[in-house]
Design a protein around this ligand. Sequence first.
Ligand code: HEC
Ligand code: HEC
Length: 384
Amino acid sequence: MFKVNKLIISASIAASAAFFMTACNSEASASGASHSGATAASTAYANGKAVIDGGVVYPVVNGKTSDYVVDTQAESMTFNYGRTPTANELAAWDTDVTHIKLPPEGSGSVEEGEELYEAQCVMCHGDFGSGGGGYPSLSKGNAVELQKTLTNQRFDPDADGPSRFFGSYWPQASTMWWYIHDGMPHPMSKSLSVDETYALTAYMLNINEMVVDGVEVDDDYVLDQEKFSKIVMPNVDGFEPEIRGKDGIENVRAYYQDASNFGGQKVNPSERCMKDCLEPTAKPTYIAGTGISDFLPPMSTVRDLPKEEGGFDVKAAYESACAMCHSAFLAPGSSDWDSYTGEGMDVVYKKGLAGTEGGMPAKGGASFTDAEFKTIVDYLVSGK
Ligand code: HEC
Ligand code: HEC
């Protein structure tokens, strides 16, 4: 029983697989939103536990997180829009980008890619992939140089944080190709042709200042399948275990099945350890010093609300309520104020609020709040 949210989520997964983390809301994630066509749900919840990481539910089996699955029984959310997608529609979205898959034959140039980018991508991903506004950066410069930042802070807590971008971080260019082809532009996924995708990928390589097979990807570069197969991403060895080759996925599975590979314990998986537990067989790695203090997530996390408009205009308030008396004497920023501020601003506020025998009416005779009045006083005294 698929609802439309499944379709949306599958779309993101189709595009991002391993990189699908933050975009979808946690309720949808918790309900078992995941990849279609995986193992049956009954085995999934055998131990009744699940680890939720981003958009994916990893059931806990024998004390370990296992492959992620769809719990088709757990669908509990309903949305009153859309319709149930057909099996064919689902199949069309059901693409994994985790495997290393060479794109079909075709070609496209950096120049064409730039044109497409300007027309279809720049509004979200910024000039030259600079990102911002909540959308991911697609480049921060030279991929080889930036790759080195991935180990920053492990040794030097004061160093710049790791740059996790396509050029510096992703181990395979095929992920980029399929991501663009299947998932972008965001509102019009799957609208790009094979050649257009080559062109956009070429442009990605260009803005990441990549070198392919000894050739710099400059503005005249034309990417095709043959050249594509020769791309070596700078961070290809930055992942463990070996993910290349036809056994890549199996390697990953085997790696995560053995908890000692990442600091877990080797205990009898059929028993819960309550006492006399084994010491961890592998030392967990940790970051010395203060730990990571600043790192660059692939997504911009800026979520500023728009600046409030029509706020309190201190100059307009001064003009309307104070200027008739304060433009000659005790004018904004005037040195006349020096003889008034000697006892501190609190005294100045107080006298202004209460009025003085010297001719200052209480609150200047106006009806500002105390806070607003003080803001005007600050302006009068400082002139700004
Ligand atoms: C309407 C906004 C929008 C447009 C237009 C758009 N994208 Fe995206 N793009 C996104 C969002 C949002 C994400 C993150 C999606 C996610 O994490 O699920 C993203 C992610 C990406 C990523 C993965 C980045 C990473 O490091 O995870 C690539 C590559 C990408 N877009 C390329 C493109 C290309 C090429 C185009 C133009 C053909 C394009 N995008 C157009 C919004 C957009
Ligand atoms: C009707 C004329 C008049 C208006 C209107 C007026 N002031 Fe004054 N204000 C004065 C005079 C005169 C003094 C000098 C008083 C004194 O020396 O005791 C003064 C003094 C002050 C002082 C110093 C008080 C002290 O003794 O430390 C403050 C603060 C002040 N005004 C703020 C304002 C603000 C803010 C406004 C507008 C909201 C305002 N005034 C409007 C005439 C005015």
